[in-house]
Design a protein around this ligand. Structure first.
Ligand code: ATP
Length: 222
């Protein structure tokens, strides 16, 4: 009888990592869901953080951003001042498009490299948390897409509490985004964040049990 144990149980056993693309509108609860997934054992890549690294001082991204928008967007330290850059791009759709054209391809490569490293390290589940997962065409990094949705009035309430921003500016940001209906049309999993934090946690855990936990099962015996 053939013995497969050395092939399947040995150090060279092929291991599959699940990549979840986690997205949702502003204030929908993406970061909270990502933290819950992290608690369940997922490795989380936060696209926001990757974005900041993509124009860290001294990088090619930094040079391109300064060339495009001038050194008026720099802090005294020479770092890009996100507030100053935000003031330029959020009031000018063309400028935002230009910034995205500089940053998004770089962010894609950085996230892909990180996923490759996690795969090599034998991780079971990775999460790419990105507000613009679909718009920036990063969904191709993921095996499945999880979308967090939340009623607009709850988002408003949460964001006002979090940032103190006024209702009008929050509504404008919600309006400028892809609609939830459109986002949901890409989703393999929809997480409805319309209740308490405990309820959100329950939903994330239920989806994890259904779709992700078996990737951790593969870990057993290694
Ligand atoms: P953004 O894209 O703006 O960063 P996000 O989608 O990552 O937002 P979170 O940061 O997770 O959203 O949530 C926004 C705020 O709402 C946070 O302060 C969070 O603690 C709170 N929050 C999220 N879900 C709930 C909930 N179900 N009940 C109460 N507060 C919540």
């Amino acid at each position: 009888m053939l013995k497969f144990t050395h092939r399947f149980g040995g150090p060279y056993r092929h291991k599959v990592m699940l990549v979840i693309g986690l997205t949702g509108g502003i204030g929908s609860g993406k970061s909270t869901a990502a933290r819950i997934l992290q608690g369940l054992g997922a490795e989380v890549i936060d696209a926001d953080k990757v974005g900041h690294e993509a124009y860290a001082q001294g990088t090619e991204g930094w040079r391109e951003v300064v060339q495009a928008f001038g050194d008026g967007i720099l802090a005294e330290s020479g770092d890009v001042d996100r507030k100053k850059l935000g003031a330029v791009v959020f009031s000018d759709a063309h400028a935002l498009k230009h910034l995205n054209a500089i940053l998004h391809p770089r962010m894609y490569t950085m996230m892909k490299d990180r996923l490759d490293i996690l795969r090599e390290q034998g991780s079971s589940v990775a999460v790419v948390e990105a507000a613009l997962l679909i718009e920036a065409n990063w969904a191709r990094l993921a095996d499945e897409i999880w979308v967090v949705v939340s009623p607009a009035d709850m988002v408003l309430q949460r964001l006002r509490r979090r940032s103190g921003a006024n209702e009008e500016s929050i509504r404008a940001r919600i309006q400028s985004q892809m609609t939830d209906d459109k986002r949901v049309s890409y989703a393999d999993v929809v997480i409805e964040n319309s209740g308490t934090l405990a309820e959100l946690e329950e939903q994330v855990k239920a989806s994890w049990r259904l779709r992700a936990s078996r990737y951790q099962e593969n870990d057993k015996g290694q």
